[in-house]
Design a protein around this ligand. Structure first.
Ligand code: DAH
Length: 339
């Protein structure tokens, strides 16, 4: 019986060498381990083995079975690896890959990111507010009286609820001061604003603004000028001329419009308006305090500056883009120029 088992083992070791496919491996398995296989038959002979030999024969039987299953497993993974290698044999890995078209930021996003990065460096954090706003946040808290033309239904999109599409991002000033633990507050609020307008080359019903607000003890007009000069010089170049022209906004006092001097080739240079700004009006701080029900933003203790600018306008000036509608028409011939 032991001899028989040894013979089975050496036959199997020899036979496995010529197994070269999955089907011949299956034949091999059936030949040795199948119901009528040689090892199965040998195992049936165990009942005739004498008591003294049973232990040794049983051990040999296990050894041979383990050897044969080991051979099958090993061959099976070799055959699988061979199959994988054949599958990729026709692929030429030295071929250059097919190039994918590379995307690029929209010119408005590029300008917005640049503006945000520049102010981030100065310590301004990003603040957000809803586009569907209350009249209080958009106008009243910003010292804008009920009869102000901007509140007219002809200029502003109102909902039946009395809410409106914010006409400027200045509403985020109010939201931020209402929600702040305490001054200082130093934020920028990029986002969409909406106005009822006839659409043409320079007017749109929705545009992208960036609002800024800095409130602390003893913030002065010098801080405002320094910050905005740094900002516009970063965007348009250090030799860009700026001027602060007195203006009126309900929520700042004093207020200014900022102009930059444009030098277009072949044309006389001219000043062009680029942003609104000013020192936060004490009436705005009073409105914030009454909403917060405290006096942390008391105009006796804090002061601040605010500014607002149109990202569309910055991008138009920077790139000499003549028509606002180009930003929303998705014409690739236009967009590719900024890729
Ligand atoms: N909200 C103004 C607008 O949309 C822009 C503006 C002007 C914002 C002066 C300000 C500011 O914060 O101080 O035209």
């Amino acid at each position: 019986m032991l001899d028989e088992l040894s013979a089975i083992q050496s036959d199997a070791l020899a036979a496995i060498k010529s197994v070269d496919s999955e089907s011949s491996l299956e034949e091999f398995r059936i030949h040795y381990l199948g119901k009528k296989g040689r090892l199965t038959a040998a195992a049936a002979g165990m009942r005739d083995v004498s008591k003294e030999d049973k232990r040794a024969v049983g051990q040999k039987l296990n050894e041979v079975r383990n050897t044969i299953t080991g051979l099958i497993d090993e061959r099976s993974s070799e055959l699988a690896a061979l199959k994988d290698a054949e599958a990729v044999a026709d692929i030429d890995p030295t071929l250059p890959s097919r190039s994918l078209p590379q995307g690029a930021g929209h010119p408005l996003s590029q300008m917005l990111n640049r503006a945000v990065d520049t102010l981030h460096h100065l310590g301004f954090a990003i603040a957000e507010g809803p586009e569907i706003e209350t009249e209080w946040h958009c106008f009243d808290a910003l010292n804008t009286p009920a009869d102000h033309p901007a509140r007219n239904e002809k200029d502003t999109f109102y909902f039946d609820s009395g809410k409106l599409l914010r006409t400027h991002t200045s509403s985020v000033q109010v939201r931020t001061m209402e929600g702040a633990d305490a001054p200082p507050v130093r934020i920028i609020a990029p986002g969409s604003a909406f106005r009822r307008d006839e659409i043409d080359a320079t007017h749109s019903i929705s545009f992208t603004q960036l609002e800024g607000l800095y409130v602390d003890r003893e913030v002065t007009l010098a801080d405002l000028k320094g910050t905005l000069e740094y900002f516009f010089h970063s965007i348009f170049g250090a030799d860009t001329e700026l001027r602060f022209r007195p203006h009126f906004f309900p929520f700042t006092e004093p207020s200014f419009e900022i102009d930059i001097k444009l030098h277009a080739a072949g044309k006389a240079s001219r000043w062009i308006e680029i942003a609104g700004c000013g020192m936060v009006d004490p009436a705005v701080f009073e409105a914030i305090n009454s909403s917060r029900e405290d006096d942390l933003f008391s105009p006796d203790n804090v002061s601040g500056f605010a500014f607002g600018l149109g990202i569309d306008r910055l991008a138009m000036i920077k790139h000499g883009i003549p028509d606002l509608r180009l930003f929303s028409e998705n014409d690739l011939r236009f967009l590719r120029q900024f890729a």
